[in-house]
Design a protein around this ligand. Structure first.
Ligand code: NAD
Length: 353
């Protein structure tokens, strides 16, 4: 298997999760590290035995380096645009995190730029495409196991933003860094699940709400103002006129990481969730006409890991289901539709954006 050398930018929580997975793969190594926090560069540089010349605090120099084949970028949203732009220009295959960009305008510019660099490959971190039950559902829906799909429900709930958690102010609540709040963070996964399982949203009506308007600054201990969405809900009309009802919150006490999807068709329903990703619940009728609720243990062939998909992409092996730059763009456009709908108090046809 062709050896591949990855340059890792953003040595934080999610980055270390991806790197742990990458290092389990045959022929994959981390050849360079980058973070704007020099202490993290030292910590991870030492841990991964990276040569001093391959430790960076500035991502542009790393992306230009000929010592790496590809880039894994796991930085906050305000740097996604520039990292993708440089990787396109310098021909580095990249996995960048969701949301694709901080704003729709950035996504539009990247889509335009990508047309000038058709050989550059960019994958976007829509992780839930790799939940086995989601992959199996996609196939069952395509094969018509539910008959015509009539409606969809998706919720993504976490609790860490709630007052009882008492988490100090961080970049996830700062619009200058993140764009929108929970909408960009978790709503992007909802929209990707809808697109992955069913199809493109064509019309969206959105609502956003802010619950907590002051948070403690970790350094000074002072309370600082916060103005960002803690909750977002939207209805979307998906390809084929299928309605989807969706909501998301980081203030849902009792919910760890609850992304759940239900798809209802004329002849059956599917229920899946990332917290029970290897089980798919299929409600349907058996040969005797009885209603059965089957708990399917998802077979091995649906268990592709996100980082395996990335390594394959770096080696030039592209799968249809791999979330690519266009998926990032379309996701960002749908996020923009939710926000614009809330601002303008009307349904937004996604094509008008
Ligand atoms: N796919 C998923 O399910 C998933 C889950 C969690 C986070 N994410 C995404 O991953 C990204 C990072 O999230 P996280 O939780 O790891 O954040 P984090 O705060 O734990 O880590 C971010 C790291 O990036 C570094 N950084 C910030 N700006 C930088 C810059 N300009 N240049 C170099 N380094 C920089 C920070 O110093 C920090 O080490 C976000 O976009 C987030 O939305 C995705």
């Amino acid at each position: 298997m062709k050896p591949i050398k990855i340059g890792w930018i953003g040595l934080g929580v999610m980055g270390s999760v991806h790197v742990e997975q990458l290092l389990k793969l045959e022929g994959v190594s981390i050849a360079a590290v980058c973070d704007r926090d020099a202490d993290r560069v030292k910590e991870w540089g030492d841990k991964l035995r990276i040569a001093p010349s391959a430790r960076y605090t500035d991502f542009e120099s790393m992306i230009q380096s000929s010592d790496i084949d590809a880039v894994l970028a796991v930085t906050p949203n305000d740097s996604h645009y520039e990292i993708v732009r440089l990787c396109l220009i310098h021909g580095k295959t990249l996995m960048t995190e969701k949301p694709f960009t901080r704003t729709y305008e950035e996504a539009e510019k990247l889509l335009e730029l990508s047309e000038a660099y058709p050989d550059s490959a960019c994958m976007v971190g829509f992780s839930y495409r790799y939940v086995p039950s989601f992959r199996m559902s996609r196939e069952m829906i395509k094969e018509g196991k539910l008959g015509p799909v009539r409606h969809v429900f998706i919720q993504y709930l976490q609790e860490w933003g709630g007052p009882l958690m008492n988490i100090p102010m961080n970049w996830r609540w700062d619009p200058a860094v993140t764009g929108t709040g929970v909408l960009a963070d978790l709503g992007s996964h909802i929209l990707d699940s809808a697109r992955f399982l069913i199809g493109e949203p064509t019309e969206i009506t959105g609502m956003m709400s802010s619950f907590i308007n002051k948070r403690k600054d970790a350094a000074s201990g002072d309370m600082v103002d916060v103005d960002i969405d803690d909750f977002a809900s939207f209805t979307a009309v998906l390809e084929g006129g299928i309605p989807a009802v969706c909501h998301t919150s980081r203030n849902a006490f009792g919910c760890g990481n609850k992304l759940e999807v239900s798809v209802y068709g004329d002849y059956g329903a599917l229920h899946m969730g990332c917290e029970f990703g290897e089980t798919l619940v299929w409600v349907h009728q058996n040969e005797n006409g009885d209603k059965v609720t089957e708990k399917i243990q998802v077979p091995e062939r649906y268990k592709l890991k996100q980082m395996e998909d990335f390594a394959d992409l770096v080696r030039g092996d592209v799968r249809e289901e791999t979330p690519r730059l266009l998926d990032g763009y379309l996701n960002q456009r749908a996020l923009e539709a939710v926000e614009r709908s809330f601002r303008e108090k009307r349904a937004i046809t996604v094509g008008e954006i």
